[in-house]
Design a binder for this molecule. Structure first.
Ligand code: SF4
Length: 232
């Protein structure tokens, strides 16, 4: 068992403060995949509207999406922003799932290959970047991959666990080094807790006075400041 400090200490502290987190908000693994595409560059509330449109149109499946005229699909996705781009990306993901033979049961993708091979396959799909691929692996397929997002970087930097100018891979490796290999649940919970902290406390203008990490945070202790002024 790795020594409990750094990210593990953050995890334990947040878990005690916030309790169990339910994440990702979705009714099926395929809905997670759809959400992972639609959440790119937009707020989650906009994703929810687009997914509600898909559900109302009975179009929350690979087959239904691939059957819809592209213009109709785009209209359903309009609330998610950049909807024409996201239409093409969602279609590419659905074609990939169909080509893998898992269109009817997309979560069976987890059985197709090793985690690194699946990650490479997903990264080769049009519009799927590292955060999207890892969100699909972790939250749709329940595979042990840490997701790195804006919250992860902001909190890690302020707390003092991440240096400046790190790549996605470097941030991910720094966190993975502290986690038990193969444990998807802890990666799921840690990311969910970081999202909660980032939304409610560690915002661009942080609320350190009531933050559960304030006794272990370099920013709160005045030892670091944002490199640039941040807007609320
Ligand atoms: S104490 Fe402040 S800067 Fe540190 S993690 Fe909490 S909100 Fe962010």
């Amino acid at each position: 068992m790795p020594e409990e400090n750094g990210w593990l200490a953050v995890f334990r502290t947040l878990q005690e403060a916030f309790g169990p987190q339910e994440w990702w908000p979705a009714q099926s693994p395929f809905e997670v995949m759809v959400g992972a595409i639609l959440t790119q560059n937009t707020a989650w509330r906009n994703v929810e509207k687009a997914i509600a449109n898909l559900r109302a149109a009975d179009a929350l499946s690979v087959a239904a999406i691939l059957t819809l005229p592209e213009g109709d699909l785009a209209e359903l996705l309009r609330p998610s922003g950049f909807y024409r781009i996201k239409t093409r990306r969602l279609l590419a993901l659905c074609r990939f799932l169909e080509a893998q033979g898992v269109g009817a049961v997309p979560e069976q993708l987890a059985r197709q290959a090793t985690v690194p091979a699946l990650r490479q396959d997903l990264l080769a799909v049009h519009g799927v970047g590292e955060e999207t691929a890892d969100s699909i692996l972790l939250y749709a397929l329940d595979l042990p991959v840490m997701v790195v997002d804006t919250y992860t970087r902001r909190i890690g930097g302020r707390v003092g666990l991440l240096g400046d100018h790190l790549s996605y891979t470097e941030v991910q490796a720094a966190i993975e080094a502290e986690l038990e290999p193969g444990d998807a649940a802890v990666r799921n919970a840690l990311h969910a807790l970081l999202v909660s902290l980032g939304k409610d406390y560690c915002r661009p203008r942080p609320r350190c006075d009531t933050c559960p990490l304030n006794t272990r945070c370099a920013y709160a202790a005045g030892r670091c400041r944002p490199r640039q002024p941040e807007q609320p």
